[in-house]
Ligand binder design. Structure first.
Ligand code: ADP
Length: 186
């Protein structure tokens, strides 16, 4: 199974994914987090933040996830993943892809600003430190219309969000295994 997260910077993707991974490990279920920031340092080093590059980034993460997931590893792709078209591409290309929207309003993200990115994006035009491609401020984010799971991290605690995603994964995995068993027994 592949869980493709999407959501703005600071919304809580890494926090939730890391906690879900720890929780699953305690039940003996391995989860691999395919983290956009990590992969940008290695496999996706050549990519920038244009629409084309952001989409290509997701395609590569999706490909890695697909190789692992066909051996039974549950993969969580943790990246902003802002475009509908490439999210749909992954859903169509691979089996058992689920889209999870990690949602938080921009005002709350500006208040959190854990990485200082919003402060930089909101600097006046022409300022040397100004970021010009921060998703949600000056780069687009297409909110998924029908995500398989929608978590509002401004309204729910970290532990509630972690439990909801963990529960969703366990339920989806059980459904997937039941349907494979049914196919196998026909
Ligand atoms: P992202 O990976 O989406 O950029 P991070 O997980 O790195 O976001 O940062 C999210 C920040 O928001 C963390 O400082 C985390 O403690 C905080 N936070 C507050 N509430 C929540 C919540 N319900 N779920 C996830 N993170 C939350």
């Amino acid at each position: 199974m592949i869980i493709q997260l999407c959501g703005l910077s600071g919304a809580g993707k890494t926090t939730i994914a890391t906690n879900v991974k720890q929780k699953a490990a305690a039940f003996g279920t391995p989860i691999e987090i395919i983290d956009g920031d990590n992969y940008r340092e290695f496999l996706c080093k050549d990519l920038g933040f244009s629409k084309e590059d952001r989409c290509e980034n997701i395609r590569r993460l999706g490909f890695v996830a697909s190789r692992l997931s066909c051996h039974g590893v549950i993969c969580i792709i943790s990246a902003i993943n802002p475009y509908d078209a490439v999210r749909n591409e992954l859903t169509a290309a691979y089996e058992h892809v689920r889209t999870v929207y990690i949602d938080c309003p921009v005002n709350e993200l500006i208040a959190r600003d854990t990485k200082g990115l919003y402060k930089r994006a909101l600097l006046p035009e022409g300022h040397p430190d100004r970021l010009t491609n921060l998703t949600g401020i000056n780069d687009p984010f297409e909110a998924p219309r029908n995500p398989d799971l929608h978590l509002r991290t401004d309204k729910k605690s970290i532990s509630t969000c972690v439990n909801e995603l963990f529960g969703f994964i366990i339920t989806s995995a059980a459904r997937k295994n039941n349907s494979s068993l049914r196919v196998a027994s026909v």
